[in-house]
Design a protein around this ligand. Structure first.
Ligand SMILES: NC(=O)c1ccc[n+]([C@@H]2O[C@H](COP(=O)([O-])OP(=O)(O)OC[C@H]3O[C@@H](n4cnc5c(N)ncnc54)[C@H](O)[C@@H]3O)[C@@H](O)[C@H]2O)c1
Length: 274
């Protein structure tokens, strides 16, 4: 039996990688999905893939760091499906460099996408969620259990050389998670976090020689890991392998299922046992 029938889920960065896998897996469990990505074509492709599997989805392409975007995202979900049950704050990218080369712009960009945007999306969700939960408490004695899953990284929980800004953003989202879990418990909203190790996506694509580059909002960033770096990560993983996007999505889904309704404020490491 699908576990999320009648649930509405927002997934940011769902055009690729872990977000894509999460959107498809949530849809397979019966949830209707609001698909965000910076890249409209990728967001539409995710919607098409979900609909191809008889699921429900609408696209809401846009930059999560844009000032007015969080309200647009929340309103799109409310207009499209009449409610919101799950928010997965997954969108992100890396902008690495040694500490002495980190610019203010780089620092700010990493905080913007990894912690400020999730904060602003959840703040935009708050007015509707509070009103709805209060109504449900009045009617049924208890609000429906809603779920927030934020995406962090082992870089944020344990540190990683050359990722000082990224790590700070990914550590910030842990603080956001723990505080909101305390603040929103009264509305029966669970707020948890998944910290990934090495998941095979375009951010971690293997290379030799010159690193590959990705375009994010018209600017290009170096990504990827050398084969030697990948072997080193795999050697430290108890499971002896890298994760696939489905592995990352699976960990996110654990916090979306009703079985985790009494789990909140937690950070789950999904890294193969490093
Ligand atoms: N892949 C890993 O090993 C790994 C490890 C730790 C944490 N993470 C985190 O997992 C999340 C997903 O990353 P992934 O590996 O699937 O990468 P990915 O590049 O495959 O997918 C990320 C998606 O987010 C979108 N995105 C980026 N910035 C955006 C913005 N401002 N607004 C809207 N969409 C935006 C991109 O367009 C892309 O489609 C990120 O937060 C990343 O930091 C990944």
């Amino acid at each position: 039996m699908p576990k999320l029938v009648d649930r509405v889920a927002i997934v940011t960065g769902a055009g690729r990688g872990v977000g894509y896998a999460t959107a498809l897996m949530l849809a397979k469990e019966g949830a209707s999905i609001v698909v965000n990505d910076l890249d409209a074509a990728e967001a539409e492709a995710t919607v098409a893939a979900i609909k191809g599997g008889d699921g429900n989805a609408i696209a809401c392409a846009g930059d999560i760091t844009a000032d007015d975007y969080p309200e647009t995202l929340i309103q799109t979900a409310l207009d499209g499906y009449g409610g919101i049950d799950i928010i997965v704050n997954n969108a992100g990218y890396i902008w690495n460099g040694a500490m002495h080369n980190h610019t203010d712009e780089q620092w700010q960009a990493m905080l913007d996408v990894h912690v400020t945007a999730p904060f602003r999306i959840l703040r935009a969700f708050a007015p509707w969620m509070r009103q709805q939960a209060k109504r449900e408490i009045e009617q049924d004695g208890r609000a429906r259990c809603r779920k927030v899953v934020n995406v962090s990284s082992v870089s944020g929980t344990t540190g990683a050389a050359t990722q000082v800004a990224y790590s700070a953003g990914k550590a910030g989202v842990v603080g956001l998670t723990k505080t909101l879990a305390k603040e929103w418990g009264r509305y029966n909203v669970t707020v948890n976090c998944v910290a990934f190790g090495h998941i095979r996506t375009r951010l971690t694509q293997p290379y030799e020689g010159e690193p590959p580059r990705i375009d994010v909002a018209g600017r290009d960033y170096k990504v990827g890991l050398t084969d030697a770096q990948i072997r080193a990560v795999q050697a430290t993983a108890a499971l002896g392998r890298s994760g696939e996007p489905q592995d990352g999505a699976g960990a996110i889904l654990l916090f979306c299922f009703p079985e985790s309704d009494y789990v909140t404020g937690e950070v789950l490491t999904c890294a193969g046992g490093i």
